[in-house]
Design a protein around this ligand. Structure first.
Ligand code: CP
Length: 324
């Protein structure tokens, strides 16, 4: 193995736009192959260790299914089952797992944890969500945006409005959308807006891509947006703030049919799920014609298949059309 090729997937910021486009193309090929029941066995004989410090439906099922569809195997490892952090350090866990598996995927409480795993692992480490980022979600989101592009538009023509809190999905979308030259709006109450450090990263992307960033508390900014995105108003570790958060966000930042009308007749709705209906979004919007939330969920599987293939091949050699 040529370790100089080792690349982790902790954030899309570690990837060029071209590399992200390559992953998106691979997603397209593998999604088509799945429809034809002809997925190439590119992960045959390989395995992915999946560490979960937090619960998950989509991330767990999509990685496990992706490994299996590609001819490989996935191991679910919760901190209750392995020595992680109790009897064994992160550093040793990373080195031991890397001697046995081909990819490590970790959903962790703190970014530092997945960064340490990556530092000590000799196989690719994928960030399956941390307190700061959710990059695998964003590959699914970009692909879903491409599948639902308005007539005659390309990704860089889109204006995306993320309504709500400065969540890990929001940060990752902000970074990826600005890298692709989109106009990204974070619309939320001042106290919960994207910190300057995130805006600095997005603005650096914008200098290269020609995109735009707007951070505002003005909900009227949804007007003319192509995509409206919502996320939970509170997450693990924020339970104590639950009441104050709900009071701050509801009703102004709840996605309703009325708000979708305000965005424009062709605007679509996205949500990484799970959603708390009647909190950040109404059930009517989730079930409505503009909602693409279940396409988005399905594309988690599309993304994980591509990531397993891309990172495994990248570790050894660049993927080629012939190999795919
Ligand atoms: N969107 C997402 O990451 O879902 P899970 O928490 O179910 O994995």
């Amino acid at each position: 193995l040529n370790k100089t090729n080792l690349k982790h997937f902790l954030t899309t910021q570690d990837y060029t736009k071209k590399e992200l486009e390559d992953i998106l193309s691979l997603m397209g090929m593998l999604k088509e192959a799945r429809k034809d029941n002809a997925i190439p066995q590119l992960f045959k004989g390989k395995s992915v260790a999946m560490i979960f410090e937090q619960p998950s439906t989509r991330t767990r099922v999509s990685f496990e299914t992706a490994a299996s569809l590609l001819g490989g195997h996935a191991l679910f490892l919760s901190p209750k089952d392995i020595h992680l952090g109790a009897k064994e350090s992160l550093e040793d866990t990373a080195r031991v797992l890397a001697r046995m598996v081909d990819v490590i995927m970790a959903r962790v409480n703190l970014h530092e944890t997945v960064a340490t795993l990556a530092k000590y692992s000799s196989v690719p480490v994928i960030n399956g969500l941390c307190d700061w980022l959710h990059p695998t979600q964003i590959m699914a989101d970009l692909f879903t945006m491409m599948e639902h592009l308005p007539e005659g538009k390309k990704l860089s023509d889109l204006t995306v409005a993320f309504v709500g809190d400065a969540t890990n999905v929001n940060s990752s979308l902000m970074f990826a959308c600005t890298k692709f030259g989109m106009h990204y709006k974070h619309i939320g109450p001042e106290k919960f807006q994207a910190p300057q450090s995130w805006q600095d990263i997005a603005n650096k992307n914008i200098k290269e891509s020609g995109g735009k960033l707007t951070v505002t508390d003005d909900i009227e900014e949804v007007k003319g947006c192509d995509i409206i995105i919502a996320d939970s108003f509170y997450w693990f570790g924020q339970e104590e703030e639950k009441e104050i958060r709900l009071k701050t966000f509801i009703p102004k930042y709840v996605i309703t049919e009325e708000l979708m009308e305000k965005a424009g007749k062709d605007a679509i709705f996205m949500h990484c799920l799970p959603a708390n209906d009647q909190r950040e979004v109404t059930r009517e919007v989730m079930e409505g014609d503009r909602s693409v939330i279940f396409d988005e969920a399905e594309n988690r599987l599309t993304a994980q298949m591509a990531l397993l293939v891309y990172l495994t091949f990248r570790f050894n050699e660049e993927p080629t059309q012939e190999k795919i």
